[in-house]
Design a protein around this ligand. Structure first.
Ligand SMILES: [Zn+2]
Length: 171
């Protein structure tokens, strides 16, 4: 996510602020499934034949958007994937009527496409809001490993998401 420029980050943060305000959402009090529901997106857990983490059907004017997630991933991982797909939907609207497939192997690449970086940043910002994370860091004063464990449970995302977030915030 560090490859994104400030104007891209600002755009994404504005979209998240509007989303939260418009739908009266806050994290981690609300879940990512609440977001999907309020946006009218259906989320289904499925068995993929290939190594796919998430599949987004952008939908059309007449047919709502759908997100399919892998049943082999745990809840924390699925939460991030759903948020990532909602990111694609809100940030990359030009793909209306198309399918977007996110594979597990792409998620581990160091050099991702700009759209993937943006969807990851969207998911991280939405699920682990900077302000709340900073508040915990300052109040808790715990060693990094305890902090990662605590925040992973608190925000219901994987430890690697929290670790990346801390790295990005330079803690
Ligand atoms: Zn993606």
């Amino acid at each position: 996510m560090s490859f994104l420029q400030q104007h891209q980050l600002t755009r994404i943060n504005n979209i998240i602020d509007n989303l939260n305000m418009e739908h009266d959402l806050s994290f981690p009090e609300n879940s990512i499934l609440d977001v999907a529901e309020r946006l009218g997106i259906s989320v289904k857990t499925v068995t993929f034949k290939e190594d796919i983490a998430g599949l987004l059907d952008y939908g059309t004017e007449n047919q709502g958007s759908q997100i399919f997630i892998s049943e082999t991933d745990n809840e924390k991982k699925r939460n991030f994937t759903i948020a990532h797909e909602i990111g694609h939907l809100l940030l990359h609207e030009m793909n209306r009527g198309r399918l977007k497939i996110d594979r597990h192997d792409i998620q581990t690449l160091t050099k991702k496409s700009a759209n993937e970086e943006e969807a990851d940043y969207f998911a991280a910002e939405l699920l682990v809001p900077q302000l709340k994370l900073k508040e915990i860091i300052f109040k808790a004063r715990m060693p990094e490993w305890d902090l990662i464990n605590y925040c992973s449970t608190y925000f219901n995302v994987s430890k690697s998401v929290i670790a990346n977030r801390l790295k990005w915030l330079k803690f």
